[in-house]
Design a protein around this ligand. Structure first.
Ligand code: AKG
Ligand code: FE2
Length: 280
């Protein structure tokens, strides 16, 4: 493995070329944060007061600075400094990752925890966010699966179906997860295979955007071991930092925590909200 050198990072070298988007819509950087930084982040997350966690059936999550309102609006508030440094400043800034997004920076972070056997149903993230997702993985390695979206001809003609979104962690509204029944009905049977598999090592950064955001569902299988891992099945294999750990083609899941950085499109300043409330 080559020496970690953040000053040499660039998106060009980080392209996941096997994914759609001509190498422009998916990027992977191994060892994006150091072990010490990982430890400090895990410490912050796992020592947060218990009510900070929202418990869902197959994972639990924290939302910073706060959950979105029902109409997908973020109440303006800074992110806690431990989520900003060093991930946004200097690392995202140096890569100009959010340069094209409306607020030129992520304003929202979801912290998802998956114990072995847990996962997240195939879903899309919806219209609340600028279509760029930057995910830092902590604690364990995990496979993210991409599924082709069911397409009806009229969906295509009318453009992208607005799935809306509200990330307050309620499974019925968060990221509009497609239900098992819907998936089976739409895809014509269970046991559907993912179109692409991305291996996210702990401490890595995965960026997906545009066509991948729009045209694919993403999910994490509820299993204790990821299997069949290799250069033919894992689309970011050549970008892994520690491929030797998966030499037997398997990854035994450990508790994995992800930090999902996004730019929420609609932001309300609290001052304006107060003015609005006073007028009613
Ligand atoms: O944990 C992850 O990497 C995926 C999380 C996710 O898809 C979401 O919160 O929308
Ligand atoms: Fe998602």
């Amino acid at each position: 493995m080559s020496e970690r050198d953040p000053s040499s990072w660039n998106l060009e070298d980080a392209r996941i070329t096997q994914l759609p988007g001509d190498g422009e819509d998916a990027f992977y950087i191994a060892d994006f944060i150091t072990q010490d930084e990982e430890e400090r982040l895990l410490q912050k997350i796992t020592t947060a007061p218990l009510p900070t966690w929202k418990h869902l059936s197959h994972r639990r999550l924290q939302t910073y600075p706060s959950p979105l309102t029902n109409n997908n609006t973020l109440l303006a508030s800074p992110l806690p400094s431990w989520l900003v440094s060093p991930i946004i400043t200097p690392h995202f800034d140096r890569l100009a990752l959010f340069a094209g997004s409306p607020h030129h920076a992520p304003n929202h972070v979801l912290v998802n925890e998956y114990t072995p056997g847990q996962g997240i149903m195939p879903h899309e993230d919806g219209a609340a966010y600028y279509p760029l997702v930057a995910t830092v993985s902590l604690g364990g390695d995990i496979v993210l699966d991409l599924y082709e979206k069911y397409k009806r001809d009229d969906d295509e003609k009318n453009g992208h179906e607005d799935t809306g979104n509200n990330d307050d962690g309620d499974d019925s509204s968060s990221d509009k997860p497609i239900t098992k029944e819907e998936l089976v009905a739409k895809e014509g049977g269970g046991g559907r295979q993912p179109k692409y598999r991305i291996l996210q090592e702990r401490r890595s950064l995965l960026v997906t955007r545009n066509s991948i955001y729009r045209d694919y569902l993403h999910g994490i299988a509820e299993r204790y071991r990821d299997e069949g891992l290799g250069p033919d099945s894992i689309c970011n294999w050549d970008l892994l930092g520690h491929p030797e750990r998966f030499r037997d083609g398997a990854n035994v899941r450990e508790t994995r925590i992800s930090l999902t950085y996004r730019d929420v499109l609609k932001v309300a300043k609290l001052g304006n909200t107060m003015k609005f409330l006073n007028k009613r």
